[in-house]
Design a protein around this ligand. Structure first.
Ligand SMILES: Cc1cc2nc3c(=O)[nH]c(=O)nc-3n(C[C@H](O)[C@H](O)[C@H](O)COP(=O)(O)O)c2cc1C
Length: 333
């Protein structure tokens, strides 16, 4: 019996939020004992390596934002074989998130609805965790940042600029999250009223960092799957105009019939994510690195995303439901 898999399947008997935590704790325990078996000899196979965004990825398969909210486990996930891990989303101060229960799992359909609301230890503690765990991590580390619950939408840009200052040195790339459905008004930031101004300020910040002789890190925008085609096109064109380094398509969707608060992930958003990816590829061409997230549940899904134009893919729900089997299969492509 594969120990890693056993940990994951036992945990499925518990409430989802607790079970996710226990599964990750189980993996960390095995890691600390030195018995966590690696699925790939990360970085050793030249055929798996990818150079994109000015970074060397050991492979194309990453962990999406929110699985390792506080940067407690990314070194363990790297050891398992993931080529990159996006930790966070971090806010400036610690947040407890929305009331529980706030993660609902639909095992048969392979969907998850969550309304967590950026529960995290805050960027300051998060960076301490990153410093502690980074020395044993060989993959690419993305740090996801988001606006605090109490920050007014007009001031949201200040949160992002401060967070960039905090995370810049530690991140290999910075993921700008304006697409979580669980922080009130957050998605307004992608509307015409705010988007161009926000992205201009953020990319100016990047220029300032270059001016200060810091080697700057790629800034990647994570987009909602629920934009209208018209607005998505505007967003993509602004990203090209302001030279955003890359895009993650996409976050969870609020368009579901589960009678629950929050965004749906998993199978339910497979088609939506594929369509958004294709559309982004059509608009951005080869100019913009694209990371696909949403409903990647099988290795065939991984192949399809790459054929649709994704440079990299991220797993979340697929990893929750299939554990290391999905990672292993994806790395064999
Ligand atoms: C429980 C849960 C928590 C999440 N938290 C975050 C988060 O903090 N930041 C983020 O960018 N995305 C977050 N996401 C979205 C995922 O990163 C991913 O984009 C989304 O679930 C779609 O991928 P999937 O269908 O493979 O799950 C979360 C998703 C889930 C299910």
């Amino acid at each position: 019996m594969n120990l890693n898999k056993l940990g994951i399947s036992l945990a499925h008997l518990l409430p989802p939020e607790l079970s996710n935590k226990l599964s990750l704790e189980g993996l960390r325990f095995l890691y600390n004992l030195g018995v966590l078996s690696s699925i790939s000899n990360q970085g050793s196979k030249d055929s798996e390596k990818v150079q994109i965004l000015g970074l060397n990825f050991p492979n194309k398969i990453g962990v999406a934002g929110g699985l390792d909210k506080n940067a407690d486990y990314f070194h363990v996930l790297g050891k398992l074989g993931f080529g990159f891990v996006e930790v966070g989303t971090f806010t400036l101060k610690p947040q407890s998130g929305n009331p529980k229960p706030r993660v609902h799992r639909f095992t048969k359909e392979q969907n998850i609805v969550n309304s967590l609301g950026f529960n995290n230890v805050g960027v300051y503690e998060g960076l301490k965790n990153i410093e502690r765990n980074k020395f044993s991590f060989n993959g690419v580390l993305g740090i996801s940042i988001g606006k605090s619950k109490e920050t007014k939408i007009e001031n949201a840009y200040k949160d992002y600029l401060h967070l960039i200052d905090y995370v810049h040195d530690q991140a290999d790339y910075i993921a700008i999250n304006i697409s979580s459905p669980n922080t009130e008004n957050l998605r307004d930031l992608s509307s015409e009223n705010y988007f161009k101004d926000l992205i201009e300020k953020i990319m100016n910040k990047k220029d300032q960092l270059i001016g200060g002789f810091k080697k700057t890190k790629p800034f990647i925008l994570k987009i909602s799957p629920d934009e209208s085609m018209v607005n998505l096109e505007k967003i993509l064109l602004s990203c090209l105009e302001f030279k955003v380094d890359g895009l993650i398509l996409n976050n969870s969707s609020i368009n579901h019939n589960k009678n629950l608060k929050g965004g749906i992930s998993g199978n339910y958003i497979k088609k939506l994510s594929e369509d958004n990816l294709s559309f982004a590829k059509q608009i951005c061409g080869e100019e913009m690195p694209l990371i696909s997230s949403g409903g990647i549940m099988t290795k065939e899904d991984v192949t399809k995303r790459i054929n649709l134009g994704a440079d990299l893919v991220q797993l979340y729900s697929g990893f929750i439901f299939y554990g290391t089997d999905l990672l292993k299969a994806s790395l064999e492509i």
